[in-house]
Every structure is written in structure tokens, then in C-alpha cells.
Design a protein around this ligand. Sequence first.
Ligand code: HC1
Ligand code: SF4
Length: 572
Amino acid sequence: TVRLTVDGRLVEARQGQTLLEALRQAGYEVPTLCHLEGLAPFGGCRLCVVEVSGARTLVTACSQPVSEGMVVRTHTPAVHKARRQVLELLLADHPQECASCLRSDDCGLRSLAARYGARVGLWADGVHRRALKEEPDVSSPSIVRDAAKCILCGRCVRICQEQQGIGAIDFTGRGFDLGVAPAFKAPLSEAACVYCGQCVVHCPTGALTERDDTGRAWELLGRPDTTVVVQIAPAVRVSVAEAFGAPVGTPITGQIVAALRRLGFSRVFDTDFGADLTVMEEAAELVHRLAAPREQAPLPLMTSCCPGWVKYVEHYFPERLGHLSSCRSPHEMVGALAKTYYAEKEGLDPSHVVMVSIMPCTAKKFEAQREELQGSVDLVLTTRELVRMLRLAGIDPTRLEPEAFDPLMGASTGAAVIFGRTGGVAEAALRTAYWMATGKDLPEEKLEWEELHRAGQIRRLRVELGSRVLRCAVVDGLKAARELLESPEYEQLDFVEVMACPGGCVGGGGQMRGQDLVARVERRAQSLAGLDRTSPLRRAHENPEIRAVYQEYLGSPGSARSHQLLHTHYVD
Ligand code: HC1
Ligand code: SF4
């Protein structure tokens, strides 16, 4: 340990830590708009300046290593003044749209400016960055990029490059032309961006946002002759409550159902039902591929429920498209059944049924528009958009009595809810694949594999499936996907799960933002694991509504009708 004196108190830190890490760990508030947990220091925004005895100038805490005996002061007039000046310079080159900006509620620049008393309109001499006049890039169905609101903190660039291993956007230009954009300043829709939204989650201002579809949702809900049905993703149920002041990870499934009814949705279905259905179809596909000669049925089978991952394969590994499971993602399955199974049962004209999905993900907006999926889902709203709608309507879900999902597609098992965390899809699929391959159920104490949830971007597991050993890998975050796909190990595998966002959907690009994101994501993941453990049923094939839909409508997993409604294929 290293001992420092901070604002007159003794603080212990670890050798090798930065001053910022040490201060935050000891509970000191140090502002920054560019720092990213887990990535190398950047030192771009200079808001984390503090006084260090003996140093000639203020020191940026994010790039300063701790040393024994260091004497630090975090709140002095000089520190306040320096921070205020940085903020005033940023504001001088920023559109004055705070009152109506989508980020108004949780904009890092806005809240720090208020805290430090930074004034607007100083320094302005009529000369501005070129970007201040640029129109927002609305070319993508998932993400809007408003260069005028960019403060050049570089978080998006570093997340995309260093965490996701993609590099779809980068700094461009010099001086007044300096900005962040895809290569050749192309629109995002023409870049090799997978719409994962990790850049959006980490952007401190309104420069990167989800495409706001709440206006469309209100419009649909107001249509008189339309039945607007909705579904919510696994990860959404453990992330909404934090927007209303509840502890991170608090599950409020039934209260979200109640809130959605109050917003005017006719039926509230559960994407978890779709996840159980995906397990049935994907486990059948896996067992089938394992039985066939490897040349005819390519292995490993790779999961395809994460739309950022699917787009990644299309851009970077098109030759591997045949390895993706043909299963549509869970919410797409629910969408397809809403317009057939549900519409028929209720005697509704399917063209008057509209499906809205509430997802933790920006890429789901893109997925819903894919031609291959035939408009089964009409609109995708992220967790943040749902929260905005609830705020507008004055609904605080944490204060409502829980209500149950609507029947037909409202029942689910613990296998479904863990889809929302990395490793969960593989875990859920293996529970049912085991049953399909052996005719026996895994015992209760063997339903979880600790190997799938270990730290690390690639996790490996071997499972006995009848007479053979199944070799699985789980990839957490896209950076490691390339590593796995390019390694000789890939050819030896049977089953691969990839989740584009670190942590899986709980860490999705449409989720609530906030400080300590890594810990937040982990708490949401633990909450989903808890929901699985306390579920009375934990295997997808035990879901009574899944049994019913096969009996009454689909036949068996992999049937012709299942293929028509629940599968697709991505073409090279
Ligand atoms: Fe996900 Fe999925 S788990 S992709 O992470 O397969 O978005 O939560 O809804 O469709 O179930 C997201 C989450 C979600 C689908 C399911
Ligand atoms: Fe990169 Fe994902 Fe952002 Fe696209 S959405 S720019 S891939 S981080």
C-alpha cells in the first residue's frame, strides 16, 4: 500500500493505482468527462485536476500515479476555477439547447456546469468549430450522432476501438475542423458500425443518442383501430427501477407490466416467453447439427439472438454466416406469433396488430427493420425511451402494484430470464439440449455452470451430452469475438455464444446510464441470476405455454411452421 494525505485525511491506495482511482475508491468525488473505467487514461477533458503539494501546476488525477506521502487537495479555489474554465470553454462551443435536449436529465456537461457555476456565452467571439453547424446524422435506425454536441472527450472512439475492437468512428480533422466521425465522414449507416450503442452509453452529452422513437409510440397508442401490444426484454426488468431512485438491479417486472398497461398497451407479453421458445428451437438445432456429418451441418453453432453480433459477422466474417443459428431472436419470435397465433386466437386482423418491443439495446431497432424478419416487430424502444415515456405520463412504476403478463405469451422459466446476461443463453440452451439429447433432465444442482460466468472475455465449458462431450465457448463483448473466430480453437468448438456488449444485455447500449457502469451491469446480472434461482421452473421445456404453443400451433421444434415463423437465414 501507498499512503497519501487527501484534504487532510490519511488515505490508503494500492501501488500502481492512478490518483483518480485511489480518490474514487476512498469516496472522493472527482469530476471527469473523458475517463473510462478499465481503459487507459486519456487526459483529454482536464476536469479531474487537483492540487498536489510540490507540483508546479494542477495535476490531472486520471493520469497521475499515486506515490507514498503524496499530499493532495481536491477542492481549493484554484481547482474550482480551473474546472469552471474548462466547462465555460466547452459551453462556448456548444449549442444552447439544454432545455429540450434528450440528455437534459443526465448530461454530464450540463450537471457539472451547474455545479461549478460555469457561465454560458463567455469567450464567444463568433468563431466556432465547424461541427457546431453540422446537421445531426440520422441515417441509422439505431443511433443519432449530433456532432454539434460533441465535446471531443474521445470516449466513443476509445470504447468502439479498445473495448469493442471495431473502430467504426475516429477523430477527424484539425483545429476548428476537429471532430469525431466514421471514416471519410460517411453517415453511420454506411460505416462498419454494428449499432451496439456502447458509444452511446458512454457519451457524456447529447452527441450520441438512441434514435428517439417515443413520438412514434405515442402516435401508435393513439390510433383508434389498432391493437398495440408490447413485450419487455429480460434485461429491462432489472434496469428500469434505477431510473426512479431504487437500488441498481432491483427487479420490478410486475410493476413494469402495470405501467405499460397505464400507458395504453392492449396486451403485455414477455420476451422471456420468446427466450424459452428460442431455447427449444436452438437446442433442437444444436442436437440436430451434432448428429449430422460436420460438412453438412457446420459447427460450431453460434447464437444469433444478439443483433450487434449478427451485424458484426456480416461485416467482418461473412464466410461464417452459415454457423449462426437460424433462430430468430426471442422478441422477433414473439412478434411473429403476435401476428399469427395471438391474432387468430383473438379473431384480430393481423394488419391491425402492432408489436412494440422494449429492449435494452439500440441494435434491436436495426434488427426489427431487417427485411428477413418481415416486420414482425413494428417498433423497438430502448429502456431509456420507456423511462422517458413513463416520466412524460407521470408514472413511477416503483409505486405501482405488480400485475401479471397477459396469457398466451406471458409465462416463462428461469432459463429465459438469464438470456439477459452473458453466458445465460448458452446455459439455458444446454439445460434443454441435455434433455433433448438424453431424455433426462439435468438435476437441479447442475443447472448452473460457474465456468460460463467467470471473469474474462472468453469462457470455456465442456459438458457431457449423452455419449459425447460438447465443447462450448462464451464471448463477452465483441473485442474477443475476433480473437476466438481467428484462432485454431474455433474449429474444435461445438457451440458458441457471443454477446456484443460487455455483461450481455444488462450492459446493452439502450440501458440506463450513470456512474460506475461496470458495477451497475454486474448488479443487474446478479439480479437476473437471482430471478432464475427463485423461479419454480428453470428449464424452457417445462414452460406450460411453450408446451401449449407446440401442441396447438407449431407442432414440434424445427417443424415446417416453426421454420416459417421462428427461423430466418442471413445471407452472405
Ligand atoms: Fe436481450 Fe434477447 S436476451 S437479445 O440480450 O435474446 O436486447 O434482455 O430481449 O430478443 O430474450 C436484448 C435482453 C433480449 C432477444 C431475449
Ligand atoms: Fe462502435 Fe458500437 Fe458505437 Fe457503432 S454503435 S460506433 S460499433 S461502439
